[in-house]
Design a protein around this ligand. Sequence first.
Ligand SMILES: CC(C)(COP(=O)(O)OP(=O)(O)OC[C@H]1O[C@@H](n2cnc3c(N)ncnc32)[C@H](O)[C@@H]1OP(=O)(O)O)[C@@H](O)C(=O)NCCC(=O)NCCS
Length: 305
Amino acid sequence: MKINMPKEWLRASLDDLKIISRIIDIADLSHMIAFHSQQSIEKSFKALIEYKQLKVPKQHDLLRLKEIIIEDLKLNNDDLLDTLNQLYIDSRYPSEFGLLPDGKPTLEEAREFYEFALNIYEQVKNILEKKSLEVIGKSIKLRFVEVKDAEFILSLRLDDNLNKHLSSVDDDLNAQINWIKKYKEREKNKEEYYFIIESLSGEKYGTVRLYDFKDNSFCWGSWIIKPDRPSNTTIQSFLLSIGFGFNKLSFPKARWDVRKENNKAIKLYKLYGAKIVSEDELNYYFEYKKEDYEIIKDKYKKFIN
Ligand SMILES: CC(C)(COP(=O)(O)OP(=O)(O)OC[C@H]1O[C@@H](n2cnc3c(N)ncnc32)[C@H](O)[C@@H]1OP(=O)(O)O)[C@@H](O)C(=O)NCCC(=O)NCCS
């Protein structure tokens, strides 16, 4: 079994924090609170370094480790990191463990170290959890839309070759940015997931969205793909996004509507095994069950991991 190293480092960091929480009121053990705070931070940093697929240095120097992941974390107190870095952790004398150069930390100092370590742990945990919601395929991935994607999304939505069958949007970058900001709230509340479809190295090809979650189904849509995408982007993005709804969100069914004249999309949906369950003057309404997805996933299994 492949070991998930970032997760393992983070779990080890949490173990240090758990130990601290048991001794946090014991003044006599303030040096051990400091010692485990240092250990927790070192492990949180290493979790993030592993997560970024960088080489984890075999060293305890927190300042050196920090340099590697400086852009990813907000460390609001560099002095504290500097102080913790001076702790005796490799001492030849057991009595020196957890001591600062000028002796044992006060309980107040030790508590500050703990809060600091806890904050770093939480930040790294958030970063790692976000990653676990990233959806990786063979040659593309889906990642959550960010405010910085506003221009790209607007360019897709304003492209006359792509927007013929979509609801119109204004040519207004600020409105798009505000829309994304509101979406990020819904994402945080687990009410909606809006993805950028991109290459594994980050070249953007399109978008897809899961929203309007009901008891047993999710709405799937905002599927737009630039014409100059590499081969297989379309099937991969369909399977990855629909699979996210079935596998990660545990819905048994997806639904969406499509304008009746959108022949290209309709042809693909039928090819993928989706069924028209109703229609009105403007739209066909499709349903797609997890079983339908399993068949197509098997047929195109070489395109997903
Ligand atoms: C709808 C949309 C996402 C489809 O993506 P697309 O890349 O243009 O789709 P294509 O028709 O080129 O087909 C995709 C792939 O399926 C293949 N394909 C198409 N019909 C096929 C068939 N009958 N049998 C086998 N393969 C087929 C194509 O060859 C292509 O393969 P490739 O990825 O190896 O090049 C895209 O056209 C788009 O963004 N449209 C505008 C927005 C829109 O209407 N969205 C849908 C709203 S409901």
